[in-house]
Design a protein around this ligand. Sequence first.
Ligand SMILES: *[C@@H]1O[C@H](CO)[C@@H](O)[C@H](O)[C@H]1NC(C)=O
Ligand SMILES: *[C@@H]1O[C@H](CO)[C@@H](O)[C@H](O)[C@H]1NC(C)=O
Ligand SMILES: *[C@@H]1O[C@H](CO)[C@@H](O)[C@H](O)[C@H]1NC(C)=O
Ligand SMILES: *[C@@H]1O[C@H](CO)[C@@H](O)[C@H](O)[C@H]1NC(C)=O
Ligand SMILES: *[C@@H]1O[C@H](CO)[C@@H](O)[C@H](O)[C@H]1NC(C)=O
Ligand SMILES: *[C@@H]1O[C@H](CO)[C@@H](O)[C@H](O)[C@H]1NC(C)=O
Length: 334
Amino acid sequence: MLFTRLLAASVVTAVSGVTVVPPSIWNYSYPWPVQYHSITSQQVNLSMAYMDVASTNTTSRNNNTIVLLHGRNFCGATWEDSARRLSAWGYRVVIPDQIGFCKSSKPPAYQFSLHQLAYNTQSLLQSLGIAKTKILGHSMGGMLGTRFALMYPNAASHLMLANPIGLEDWKSLGVPYRPIDLLYQDEQATTYTSIRNYQQATYYVNTWKPEYDVWVNMSLSLYQTPVENQVFMFDQARVVEAILTQPVVYEFPLVKARTLVLIGTKDNTAIGKGWSPPDVQKILGNYSVLGRQTADAIPGAALVEFEDLGHAPHIQDSERFHKALFSWLDKSDW
Ligand SMILES: *[C@@H]1O[C@H](CO)[C@@H](O)[C@H](O)[C@H]1NC(C)=O
Ligand SMILES: *[C@@H]1O[C@H](CO)[C@@H](O)[C@H](O)[C@H]1NC(C)=O
Ligand SMILES: *[C@@H]1O[C@H](CO)[C@@H](O)[C@H](O)[C@H]1NC(C)=O
Ligand SMILES: *[C@@H]1O[C@H](CO)[C@@H](O)[C@H](O)[C@H]1NC(C)=O
Ligand SMILES: *[C@@H]1O[C@H](CO)[C@@H](O)[C@H](O)[C@H]1NC(C)=O
Ligand SMILES: *[C@@H]1O[C@H](CO)[C@@H](O)[C@H](O)[C@H]1NC(C)=O
Protein backbone atom coordinates (compact mmCIF):
# COMPACT_ATOMS: atom_id res chain seq x y z
CA MET A 1 0.00 0.00 0.00
CA LEU A 2 2.71 2.43 1.03
CA PHE A 3 4.66 1.49 -2.05
CA THR A 4 1.65 2.01 -4.31
CA ARG A 5 1.20 5.49 -2.90
CA LEU A 6 4.86 6.27 -3.37
CA LEU A 7 4.69 5.14 -6.97
CA ALA A 8 1.59 7.22 -7.59
CA ALA A 9 3.23 10.26 -6.05
CA SER A 10 6.06 10.12 -8.51
CA VAL A 11 3.79 10.24 -11.55
CA VAL A 12 2.60 13.75 -12.04
CA THR A 13 0.02 13.68 -14.81
CA ALA A 14 -2.10 11.08 -16.44
CA VAL A 15 -3.63 12.20 -19.72
CA SER A 16 -5.34 9.82 -22.10
CA GLY A 17 -3.42 6.80 -20.91
CA VAL A 18 -0.02 8.48 -21.16
CA THR A 19 1.64 9.34 -17.91
CA VAL A 20 4.46 11.77 -17.31
CA VAL A 21 7.34 11.16 -14.96
CA PRO A 22 9.11 14.50 -14.49
CA PRO A 23 12.87 14.86 -14.08
CA SER A 24 14.29 13.87 -10.73
CA ILE A 25 13.92 16.27 -7.81
CA TRP A 26 17.43 15.26 -6.71
CA ASN A 27 19.28 18.55 -6.32
CA TYR A 28 22.95 17.57 -6.37
CA SER A 29 24.82 20.27 -8.25
CA TYR A 30 26.47 19.38 -11.54
CA PRO A 31 29.55 21.03 -13.05
CA TRP A 32 27.78 22.16 -16.25
CA PRO A 33 24.19 23.13 -17.04
CA VAL A 34 21.83 20.17 -17.06
CA GLN A 35 19.54 19.84 -20.05
CA TYR A 36 16.67 17.44 -20.61
CA HIS A 37 15.79 15.27 -23.57
CA SER A 38 12.09 14.30 -23.68
CA ILE A 39 11.30 10.78 -24.69
CA THR A 40 8.10 8.81 -24.75
CA SER A 41 9.09 5.32 -23.75
CA GLN A 42 6.93 2.41 -22.64
CA GLN A 43 3.84 4.66 -22.69
CA VAL A 44 5.40 7.22 -20.36
CA ASN A 45 6.86 10.62 -21.06
CA LEU A 46 10.29 10.77 -19.51
CA SER A 47 13.10 13.30 -19.18
CA MET A 48 16.64 12.22 -19.78
CA ALA A 49 19.14 14.58 -18.15
CA TYR A 50 22.44 15.31 -19.84
CA MET A 51 25.30 17.77 -19.99
CA ASP A 52 26.61 18.91 -23.36
CA VAL A 53 30.09 20.35 -22.89
CA ALA A 54 31.58 22.26 -25.81
CA SER A 55 35.23 21.98 -26.73
CA THR A 56 37.28 24.68 -25.05
CA ASN A 57 40.21 24.19 -27.43
CA THR A 58 40.18 26.87 -30.11
CA THR A 59 43.24 25.56 -31.96
CA SER A 60 42.24 21.91 -32.14
CA ARG A 61 41.24 20.50 -35.49
CA ASN A 62 39.58 17.64 -33.69
CA ASN A 63 35.87 18.06 -34.24
CA ASN A 64 34.79 14.86 -32.57
CA THR A 65 32.16 14.05 -30.03
CA ILE A 66 32.61 11.72 -27.13
CA VAL A 67 29.81 10.31 -25.00
CA LEU A 68 30.57 9.38 -21.40
CA LEU A 69 28.44 6.64 -19.87
CA HIS A 70 28.30 6.45 -16.07
CA GLY A 71 28.32 3.28 -13.97
CA ARG A 72 25.52 2.13 -11.72
CA ASN A 73 26.89 3.78 -8.58
CA PHE A 74 27.98 6.95 -10.32
CA CYS A 75 26.30 9.79 -12.23
CA GLY A 76 27.13 12.11 -15.09
CA ALA A 77 28.73 14.47 -12.56
CA THR A 78 31.37 11.86 -11.73
CA TRP A 79 32.85 12.42 -15.21
CA GLU A 80 33.81 16.03 -14.47
CA ASP A 81 37.56 15.41 -14.47
CA SER A 82 37.53 13.37 -17.71
CA ALA A 83 35.15 15.81 -19.39
CA ARG A 84 37.36 18.82 -18.59
CA ARG A 85 40.38 17.07 -20.05
CA LEU A 86 38.51 15.93 -23.17
CA SER A 87 36.96 19.33 -23.87
CA ALA A 88 40.37 20.98 -23.42
CA TRP A 89 41.74 18.55 -25.97
CA GLY A 90 39.03 19.47 -28.49
CA TYR A 91 36.09 17.18 -27.87
CA ARG A 92 32.45 18.00 -27.53
CA VAL A 93 31.52 15.90 -24.51
CA VAL A 94 27.98 14.60 -24.02
CA ILE A 95 27.23 13.12 -20.61
CA PRO A 96 23.82 11.54 -20.09
CA ASP A 97 22.21 10.31 -16.90
CA GLN A 98 20.38 7.14 -17.82
CA ILE A 99 16.64 6.84 -17.17
CA GLY A 100 16.18 5.63 -13.59
CA PHE A 101 19.43 7.27 -12.50
CA CYS A 102 20.57 10.55 -11.00
CA LYS A 103 18.81 13.59 -12.50
CA SER A 104 16.73 11.69 -15.07
CA SER A 105 13.13 10.54 -14.57
CA LYS A 106 12.66 7.60 -12.22
CA PRO A 107 9.77 5.68 -13.79
CA PRO A 108 7.89 3.51 -11.29
CA ALA A 109 6.92 1.02 -13.99
CA TYR A 110 9.60 0.45 -16.60
CA GLN A 111 11.08 -2.62 -18.22
CA PHE A 112 14.77 -1.90 -17.80
CA SER A 113 17.10 -3.49 -20.30
CA LEU A 114 20.52 -2.60 -21.59
CA HIS A 115 18.93 -2.45 -25.04
CA GLN A 116 16.37 0.09 -23.82
CA LEU A 117 19.04 2.27 -22.20
CA ALA A 118 21.13 2.10 -25.39
CA TYR A 119 18.06 3.00 -27.42
CA ASN A 120 17.37 5.97 -25.13
CA THR A 121 20.98 7.10 -25.50
CA GLN A 122 20.75 6.89 -29.29
CA SER A 123 17.53 8.93 -29.14
CA LEU A 124 19.38 11.63 -27.20
CA LEU A 125 22.26 11.65 -29.68
CA GLN A 126 19.89 11.91 -32.63
CA SER A 127 18.12 14.84 -31.00
CA LEU A 128 21.53 16.54 -30.75
CA GLY A 129 22.36 15.80 -34.39
CA ILE A 130 25.22 13.48 -33.46
CA ALA A 131 25.44 10.77 -36.10
CA LYS A 132 28.79 9.34 -35.08
CA THR A 133 30.62 9.45 -31.79
CA LYS A 134 33.24 7.92 -29.57
CA ILE A 135 32.02 6.25 -26.41
CA LEU A 136 33.72 5.97 -23.05
CA GLY A 137 31.92 3.87 -20.48
CA HIS A 138 32.79 2.93 -16.93
CA SER A 139 31.48 -0.16 -15.13
CA MET A 140 27.82 -0.60 -16.15
CA GLY A 141 28.47 2.23 -18.62
CA GLY A 142 31.03 -0.02 -20.31
CA MET A 143 28.53 -2.85 -20.62
CA LEU A 144 25.98 -0.35 -21.94
CA GLY A 145 28.52 1.18 -24.34
CA THR A 146 29.21 -2.29 -25.71
CA ARG A 147 25.50 -2.90 -26.20
CA PHE A 148 25.22 0.52 -27.89
CA ALA A 149 28.12 -0.30 -30.24
CA LEU A 150 26.48 -3.64 -31.13
CA MET A 151 23.09 -2.05 -31.82
CA TYR A 152 24.40 1.03 -33.64
CA PRO A 153 27.67 0.07 -35.31
CA ASN A 154 27.53 3.13 -37.56
CA ALA A 155 27.06 5.50 -34.64
CA ALA A 156 29.96 4.30 -32.48
CA SER A 157 33.35 4.74 -34.12
CA HIS A 158 35.43 4.12 -30.99
CA LEU A 159 34.65 2.30 -27.77
CA MET A 160 36.64 2.82 -24.59
CA LEU A 161 35.82 0.56 -21.68
CA ALA A 162 37.05 1.47 -18.21
CA ASN A 163 36.67 -1.52 -15.91
CA PRO A 164 33.44 -2.49 -17.62
CA ILE A 165 31.17 -5.09 -16.08
CA GLY A 166 29.71 -7.87 -18.20
CA LEU A 167 33.09 -9.39 -19.06
CA GLU A 168 31.77 -12.77 -17.89
CA ASP A 169 28.29 -14.31 -17.74
CA TRP A 170 27.83 -14.53 -13.99
CA LYS A 171 24.73 -16.76 -14.13
CA SER A 172 26.50 -19.34 -16.28
CA LEU A 173 29.27 -19.43 -13.65
CA GLY A 174 26.78 -20.32 -10.93
CA VAL A 175 25.33 -17.03 -9.65
CA PRO A 176 21.76 -17.85 -8.63
CA TYR A 177 18.89 -15.78 -10.00
CA ARG A 178 17.76 -13.17 -7.49
CA PRO A 179 14.22 -11.87 -7.87
CA ILE A 180 13.60 -8.14 -8.17
CA ASP A 181 11.78 -8.03 -4.82
CA LEU A 182 14.88 -9.25 -3.01
CA LEU A 183 17.10 -6.90 -5.00
CA TYR A 184 14.78 -4.08 -3.92
CA GLN A 185 15.28 -5.15 -0.29
CA ASP A 186 19.05 -5.11 -0.86
CA GLU A 187 18.77 -1.54 -2.15
CA GLN A 188 16.78 -0.51 0.91
CA ALA A 189 19.58 -1.70 3.18
CA THR A 190 21.95 0.86 1.63
CA THR A 191 23.79 3.13 4.07
CA TYR A 192 26.88 5.35 4.02
CA THR A 193 28.84 2.43 5.47
CA SER A 194 27.58 -0.13 2.98
CA ILE A 195 28.44 2.15 0.02
CA ARG A 196 31.82 3.07 1.41
CA ASN A 197 32.80 -0.50 2.33
CA TYR A 198 31.82 -1.69 -1.13
CA GLN A 199 33.73 1.07 -2.92
CA GLN A 200 36.77 0.68 -0.70
CA ALA A 201 37.00 -3.07 -1.40
CA THR A 202 36.25 -3.00 -5.12
CA TYR A 203 37.13 0.50 -6.39
CA TYR A 204 40.18 1.49 -4.40
CA VAL A 205 42.03 -1.71 -3.47
CA ASN A 206 41.18 -1.37 0.24
CA THR A 207 42.60 2.14 0.50
CA TRP A 208 40.69 5.32 1.27
CA LYS A 209 41.22 9.01 0.60
CA PRO A 210 38.90 11.78 1.84
CA GLU A 211 38.10 12.83 -1.75
CA TYR A 212 36.53 9.43 -2.46
CA ASP A 213 33.79 10.46 -0.04
CA VAL A 214 32.39 12.86 -2.63
CA TRP A 215 31.04 9.92 -4.62
CA VAL A 216 29.82 8.03 -1.58
CA ASN A 217 27.89 11.10 -0.47
CA MET A 218 26.51 11.66 -3.95
CA SER A 219 25.28 8.09 -4.17
CA LEU A 220 23.89 8.13 -0.64
CA SER A 221 21.91 11.32 -1.31
CA LEU A 222 20.00 9.48 -4.05
CA TYR A 223 18.98 6.89 -1.47
CA GLN A 224 17.82 9.72 0.81
CA THR A 225 15.85 11.90 -1.61
CA PRO A 226 12.35 12.12 -0.13
CA VAL A 227 9.66 9.92 -1.77
CA GLU A 228 11.57 9.52 -5.01
CA ASN A 229 14.15 7.33 -3.28
CA GLN A 230 11.71 4.40 -3.14
CA VAL A 231 11.19 4.52 -6.89
CA PHE A 232 14.92 4.99 -7.41
CA MET A 233 15.66 1.85 -5.40
CA PHE A 234 13.00 -0.12 -7.27
CA ASP A 235 14.49 1.11 -10.58
CA GLN A 236 17.94 0.06 -9.42
CA ALA A 237 16.68 -3.39 -8.45
CA ARG A 238 15.33 -3.84 -11.98
CA VAL A 239 18.59 -2.54 -13.45
CA VAL A 240 20.58 -5.14 -11.49
CA GLU A 241 18.24 -7.87 -12.72
CA ALA A 242 18.73 -6.65 -16.32
CA ILE A 243 22.52 -6.62 -15.94
CA LEU A 244 22.50 -10.13 -14.49
CA THR A 245 20.24 -11.63 -17.15
CA GLN A 246 21.46 -9.82 -20.29
CA PRO A 247 25.09 -10.73 -21.00
CA VAL A 248 27.10 -8.95 -23.69
CA VAL A 249 30.16 -11.21 -23.37
CA TYR A 250 29.05 -13.64 -26.11
CA GLU A 251 28.81 -10.79 -28.61
CA PHE A 252 32.29 -9.30 -28.15
CA PRO A 253 33.46 -10.80 -31.48
CA LEU A 254 30.73 -8.77 -33.23
CA VAL A 255 31.89 -5.35 -31.99
CA LYS A 256 32.91 -3.17 -34.94
CA ALA A 257 34.12 -0.08 -33.09
CA ARG A 258 37.84 0.50 -32.53
CA THR A 259 38.13 -0.57 -28.93
CA LEU A 260 40.35 0.17 -25.97
CA VAL A 261 39.97 -1.84 -22.77
CA LEU A 262 41.31 -0.05 -19.68
CA ILE A 263 41.56 -2.30 -16.64
CA GLY A 264 42.55 -1.80 -13.04
CA THR A 265 43.42 -5.44 -12.46
CA LYS A 266 42.79 -5.32 -8.69
CA ASP A 267 39.10 -4.91 -9.46
CA ASN A 268 36.94 -7.81 -8.29
CA THR A 269 33.46 -6.60 -9.27
CA ALA A 270 30.92 -9.28 -10.10
CA ILE A 271 27.17 -8.98 -10.08
CA GLY A 272 25.70 -11.49 -7.65
CA LYS A 273 28.92 -12.27 -5.83
CA GLY A 274 27.29 -11.30 -2.55
CA TRP A 275 24.50 -13.86 -2.84
CA SER A 276 26.53 -16.67 -4.41
CA PRO A 277 27.94 -19.74 -2.68
CA PRO A 278 31.62 -19.45 -1.65
CA ASP A 279 32.94 -21.72 -4.41
CA VAL A 280 31.25 -19.50 -7.01
CA GLN A 281 32.38 -16.27 -5.31
CA LYS A 282 35.97 -17.42 -5.60
CA ILE A 283 35.99 -17.58 -9.39
CA LEU A 284 34.10 -14.35 -10.15
CA GLY A 285 35.50 -10.95 -11.05
CA ASN A 286 39.14 -11.81 -11.70
CA TYR A 287 39.99 -8.72 -13.74
CA SER A 288 43.60 -9.70 -14.28
CA VAL A 289 42.19 -12.46 -16.49
CA LEU A 290 39.00 -10.76 -17.74
CA GLY A 291 40.69 -7.71 -19.28
CA ARG A 292 42.94 -9.84 -21.48
CA GLN A 293 40.06 -12.18 -22.43
CA THR A 294 37.94 -9.20 -23.46
CA ALA A 295 40.67 -7.55 -25.51
CA ASP A 296 41.27 -10.89 -27.25
CA ALA A 297 37.57 -11.35 -28.00
CA ILE A 298 36.90 -7.88 -29.48
CA PRO A 299 38.48 -7.65 -32.94
CA GLY A 300 41.52 -5.37 -32.93
CA ALA A 301 41.03 -4.23 -29.35
CA ALA A 302 43.91 -2.73 -27.38
CA LEU A 303 44.42 -3.38 -23.67
CA VAL A 304 45.94 -1.18 -20.99
CA GLU A 305 46.27 -2.72 -17.54
CA PHE A 306 46.93 -0.87 -14.29
CA GLU A 307 48.27 -3.49 -11.97
CA ASP A 308 47.77 -1.58 -8.74
CA LEU A 309 44.34 -0.06 -9.42
CA GLY A 310 40.78 -1.21 -8.80
CA HIS A 311 37.35 -0.67 -10.33
CA ALA A 312 37.63 3.11 -10.81
CA PRO A 313 41.09 3.75 -12.31
CA HIS A 314 40.00 7.15 -13.68
CA ILE A 315 39.43 8.30 -10.12
CA GLN A 316 42.10 6.36 -8.26
CA ASP A 317 44.91 7.56 -10.53
CA SER A 318 43.45 10.16 -12.83
CA GLU A 319 46.79 11.26 -14.36
CA ARG A 320 47.87 7.78 -15.33
CA PHE A 321 44.44 6.77 -16.59
CA HIS A 322 44.01 9.82 -18.81
CA LYS A 323 47.55 9.61 -20.12
CA ALA A 324 46.80 6.08 -21.36
CA LEU A 325 43.44 7.16 -22.74
CA PHE A 326 44.81 10.16 -24.66
CA SER A 327 47.77 8.25 -25.94
CA TRP A 328 45.42 5.70 -27.55
CA LEU A 329 43.03 8.39 -28.79
CA ASP A 330 45.88 10.22 -30.50
CA LYS A 331 46.98 7.08 -32.29
CA SER A 332 43.50 5.99 -33.30
CA ASP A 333 42.00 9.38 -34.13
CA TRP A 334 40.87 8.58 -37.64
C1 LIG B 1 3.97 13.03 -24.19
O1 LIG B 1 4.90 13.35 -25.21
C2 LIG B 1 4.30 13.44 -26.48
C3 LIG B 1 5.43 13.59 -27.50
O2 LIG B 1 6.24 14.68 -27.18
C4 LIG B 1 3.34 14.63 -26.49
O3 LIG B 1 2.71 14.73 -27.77
C5 LIG B 1 2.28 14.38 -25.43
O4 LIG B 1 1.46 15.52 -25.33
C6 LIG B 1 2.93 14.11 -24.07
N1 LIG B 1 1.88 13.71 -23.15
C7 LIG B 1 1.70 14.30 -21.99
C8 LIG B 1 0.60 13.72 -21.14
O5 LIG B 1 2.37 15.24 -21.60
C1 LIG C 1 18.83 19.65 -1.53
O1 LIG C 1 17.76 18.99 -0.89
C2 LIG C 1 18.01 18.68 0.48
C3 LIG C 1 16.82 17.90 0.99
O2 LIG C 1 16.66 16.74 0.26
C4 LIG C 1 18.24 19.98 1.25
O3 LIG C 1 18.57 19.66 2.59
C5 LIG C 1 19.38 20.75 0.62
O4 LIG C 1 19.53 22.00 1.23
C6 LIG C 1 19.15 20.97 -0.85
N1 LIG C 1 20.34 21.54 -1.45
C7 LIG C 1 20.30 22.49 -2.37
C8 LIG C 1 21.62 22.94 -2.94
O5 LIG C 1 19.26 22.97 -2.76
C1 LIG D 1 44.38 21.89 -28.21
O1 LIG D 1 44.52 21.15 -29.40
C2 LIG D 1 45.82 21.18 -29.95
C3 LIG D 1 45.78 20.50 -31.31
O2 LIG D 1 45.17 19.25 -31.23
C4 LIG D 1 46.79 20.53 -28.96
O3 LIG D 1 48.09 20.55 -29.48
C5 LIG D 1 46.73 21.29 -27.65
O4 LIG D 1 47.56 20.65 -26.69
C6 LIG D 1 45.30 21.34 -27.15
N1 LIG D 1 45.23 22.15 -25.95
C7 LIG D 1 44.98 21.65 -24.74
C8 LIG D 1 44.89 22.64 -23.63
O5 LIG D 1 44.81 20.46 -24.54
C1 LIG E 1 32.46 20.73 -36.49
O1 LIG E 1 31.20 20.14 -36.29
C2 LIG E 1 30.14 21.07 -36.36
C3 LIG E 1 28.86 20.33 -35.96
O2 LIG E 1 28.80 19.05 -36.52
C4 LIG E 1 30.08 21.63 -37.77
O3 LIG E 1 29.04 22.58 -37.86
C5 LIG E 1 31.42 22.31 -38.09
O4 LIG E 1 31.43 22.76 -39.41
C6 LIG E 1 32.57 21.34 -37.87
N1 LIG E 1 33.86 22.06 -38.00
C7 LIG E 1 34.92 21.56 -38.63
C8 LIG E 1 36.16 22.40 -38.62
O5 LIG E 1 34.90 20.45 -39.18
C1 LIG F 1 30.31 13.52 3.07
O1 LIG F 1 29.23 13.58 3.96
C2 LIG F 1 29.63 13.64 5.32
C3 LIG F 1 28.40 13.47 6.19
O2 LIG F 1 27.37 14.32 5.76
C4 LIG F 1 30.38 14.94 5.57
O3 LIG F 1 30.81 15.01 6.90
C5 LIG F 1 31.59 14.98 4.64
O4 LIG F 1 32.24 16.22 4.76
C6 LIG F 1 31.20 14.75 3.21
N1 LIG F 1 32.41 14.61 2.43
C7 LIG F 1 32.59 15.10 1.22
C8 LIG F 1 33.93 14.91 0.61
O5 LIG F 1 31.69 15.66 0.59
C1 LIG G 1 43.13 -14.75 -11.15
O1 LIG G 1 43.51 -15.70 -12.09
C2 LIG G 1 44.92 -15.91 -12.14
C3 LIG G 1 45.21 -16.82 -13.32
O2 LIG G 1 44.41 -17.95 -13.29
C4 LIG G 1 45.38 -16.48 -10.82
O3 LIG G 1 46.77 -16.65 -10.82
C5 LIG G 1 44.99 -15.51 -9.70
O4 LIG G 1 45.29 -16.08 -8.45
C6 LIG G 1 43.50 -15.19 -9.76
N1 LIG G 1 43.23 -14.13 -8.82
C7 LIG G 1 42.29 -14.23 -7.90
C8 LIG G 1 42.11 -13.04 -7.00
O5 LIG G 1 41.61 -15.23 -7.77
